[in-house]
Design a protein around this ligand. Sequence first.
Ligand code: GUN
Ligand code: ZN
Length: 425
Amino acid sequence: MMQGYRAQLLRFGADGTALYETDGLLVVDRGADGVARVVDAGSYGAVAARHPDLAVTHWPGRIIAPGFVDMHVHYPQTDIIGAPADGLLPWLANYTFPAESRFADPAHAAEVARFFLDELARHGVTTALAFSTSHPCSVDALFTEAQRRRLRLITGKVLQDRHSPEGVRDETEQSLIDSEALLTRWHGQGRLGYAITPRFAPSCSEAQLTGAGELARRYPDVWIQSHVAENRDEVRWVRELFPKARSYLSVYDDFHLLRPRAVYAHCIHLDAQDRALMHATRTAAAVSPTSNLFLGSGFFDYGAAQQAQMLHGLASDVGGGTSFSPFHTMLAAYYVGREGHTKPGLSLTPGELWWNHTGGAARALGLEGVIGTLAVGSEADFIVLNPAATPLLARKSARASNLDELLFGLIVLGDDRAIERTVIA
Ligand code: GUN
Ligand code: ZN
């Protein structure tokens, strides 16, 4: 049955243009597959006139907006947010691997998966591309819980057969067998998707990377996710391990792991040739500013990425990242944008920041037209924002004289308190 939702309405055009109605109406209807999609949207007057008998829920003073898309997050790192370390490699050794080793226990994995998905919903995140751990049961746990909630969610078994301690290290041949079994079981079930997940080049033998590339060739519509060029010590290590490769990124190219729906976290220490390769292969960058600031990894160069027309979008990278909140991530991206931008002194606009965490992220994931914009025909994953959720936010929102000012107020002052509801399909 068709259902209408009336409030302020924020949507995006396919080119990233923000579309805003002060009195809007979103009309959704459930398809034969059980997924609700947008069938009409626009100003209340015009849209209501086209649907005279529509049941309408009215949320006065609220804003309906596309659910946020988190392009890179580690659900097993939920409990290690805020673990201090000198940098990436000691952080992995001292906190990450010990925490992830606990996911050999399916009960622990299930408990964290539930908490993690509750947390995404509280923060208005409706789709994530998430790392699980190297334990197959960690993947089953997250998919099972996501399926129960009818989420569009992508994850995969982490591949790490070397330079990894007992407890998280896997075995080359078995890791590929397990990956394929999980892929076959889950990819395309409801709205779930599988991602082939080599942790990063230093943790994968050449045989494992070769196997990952072969798996990717046999399943052209699954995702690939990994990390690249995050930290200077890591980059140096990769140069030692792969002396024949032109660059860190080109290691993945050599193993046929760059393509549409391949998503690489960080992409900080790239050069112009790397960026051209990202663009040529339609590989996407997941940009995680809170993580990069917390671990001291560096600054993503937005100017160079835009110039190279690299697909990119925003990500929390919890637990390197410090927050599940898309508002915190967008604000950090704004700060970082000042460091690397074609127009010195300027950063990303509120509309660009918001696009990078919704429709732009969806596009980078190869899910253009499916989620992230509330365009007609797309899936009805949306949030209801309260722009007066705190006393200060209420003052700020009341004084906004245009959309940019309203969005900027939310980006700077917003958090989970501004997310009044999260509606899944
Ligand atoms: N590189 C390899 N593994 C990880 C991880 O878990 N987090 C981050 N930030 N970088 C990584
Ligand atoms: Zn990561």
